[in-house]
Design a protein around this ligand. Structure first.
Ligand SMILES: *Cc1c(COP(=O)(O)O)cnc(C)c1O
Length: 387
């Protein structure tokens, strides 16, 4: 018997990491000590008070039943107070906050709430692949908006053809940005909000890296912009902030109608996140800033180590003090895939070719700083010794 996969599955972009995964395994089989700087998944542990809170919360029988679809009231209140403290943004926990099973879940489901077959969704490139895939699954048409270095990796809204803008329902943005390590300015957000209102387009902002900054300037939320709440939904997550990628807990906040519609989709697909995880999430959101400062200091040190190594072989990493990635142009004469292969062959270091994030990522590669510092130092040493 053969079962034909659905068109939406066949329409998925090819998995560009399959080749690098195969080569990585080949090296490991040959006994090479491979250092994987490919995946963006924090190596540091979840803070102890959060783990302790989960243990306690998991013992309460009332937590063993179905959770609320929109998240516990106490979790939504904790998100609301965190947004107030961190961004100065006021959110009504009942109408402007919803809990997610990780922000990826919300990002993937959001287009189902607003996209009809044939509607256009503006998707940045290079980017986290889920914006595009969520669009395809909803029957929408992704329209690629390239993020170019000469525009500081911000979308050039004026370059999108008028007929595309007229059919567009949603624009996805992600700052601090994975993979380009760019951050958005307040001016950009202000212009985007004005533009989105004029064209009746929803702004879907992915702020998963809001706390992963290594400089003095804190990234902002688009909801800090006057009038943003009329057109914007923001996705955020405890994953990258508190080293909780495995826990699957995040949130969407912002415009009441957008949150409500996302809630309708979720109510019909999932049944919410385990209350015990939400209770632990509350503890995370209330941790003193010294806890996240400690994590940021580690990434700052790692960024310095890797930047220095790349510069020593004549490369120019994009200057950045946000995210835990380093984004760098490959040397003259190489494609992304060729240079990544060279790093694996000659240094035993795995990193991600830029075109894995979309065509506009060709010519770059991404290094993730999420391995123990001594391994990163070793990777840097091997890169410095590259011919
Ligand atoms: C890691 C990541 C997320 C998703 O994180 P969750 O664990 O699903 O909350 C979302 N957006 C970007 C750009 C990411 O890199």
């Amino acid at each position: 018997m053969t079962f034909e996969p659905a068109e939406r599955i066949k329409a998925l972009p090819p998995y560009l990491f399959a080749e690098i995964d195969r080569k990585k395994q080949e090296k490991i089989d040959q006994g090479v000590d491979v250092i994987d700087l490919g995946v963006g998944d924090p190596d540091l542990p979840t803070p102890d008070p959060v783990v302790e809170a989960l243990k306690r919360a998991s013992e309460k029988p009332e937590n063993h039943r179905y959770p609320s679809y929109v998240g516990m009231r106490a979790f939504r209140e904790a998100v609301s107070s965190w947004y107030r403290r961190r961004f100065g943004v006021d959110l009504d926990p009942d109408r402007e906050v919803i809990a997610l099973i990780g922000s990826k879940e919300g990002i993937a489901h959001f287009p189902l709430a607003f996209v009809n077959p044939g509607d256009v969704v503006l998707c940045p490139d290079p980017a986290y692949p889920v914006y595009r895939i969520g669009t395809i699954f909803a029957g929408g048409q992704p329209y690629t908006v390239p993020l170019k270095e000469e525009n500081s990796f911000l979308p050039d809204l004026g370059s999108i053809p008028r007929e595309v803008v007229e059919r567009a329902k949603i624009i996805w943005i992600n700052y601090p940005n994975n993979p380009t390590t760019a951050d958005a300015t307040e001016d950009f957000y202000r212009e985007l909000v004005r533009w989105a209102k004029k064209h009746n387009i929803i702004i879907a902002s992915d702020n998963a890296y809001s706390e992963t900054y290594t400089g003095d300037r804190k990234p902002i939320s688009i909801l800090q912009i006057e009038g943003a709440k009329e057109v914007a939904i923001e996705f955020n997550s405890l994953s990258k902030t508190f080293n909780m990628t495995g826990w699957r807990i995040g949130m969407a906040v912002g415009n009441e109608e957008l949150i409500k519609a996302l809630g309708k989709v979720k109510t019909n697909i999932d049944s919410g996140q385990f209350n015990a995880v939400q209770e632990a999430g509350i503890v995370a959101l209330n941790l003193p800033e010294s806890e996240t400062d400690r994590i940021r200091a580690i990434y700052r040190e790692r960024r310095e180590v890797m930047t220095k190594a790349l510069k020593s072989i004549g490369l120019e990493p994009v200057e950045s003090d946000v995210t835990f990635y380093v984004w760098t142009r490959v040397p003259e004469g190489y494609t992304s895939a060729e240079f990544v292969e060279k790093l694996l062959d000659e240094a035993g270091v795995v990193c991600t070719p830029g075109n894995g994030f979309g065509d506009a990522g060709e010519g770059y590669f991404r290094i993730s700083l999420t391995v123990p510092t001594e391994r990163l130092v070793e990777a840097a040493r091997r890169i410095e010794n590259l011919r």
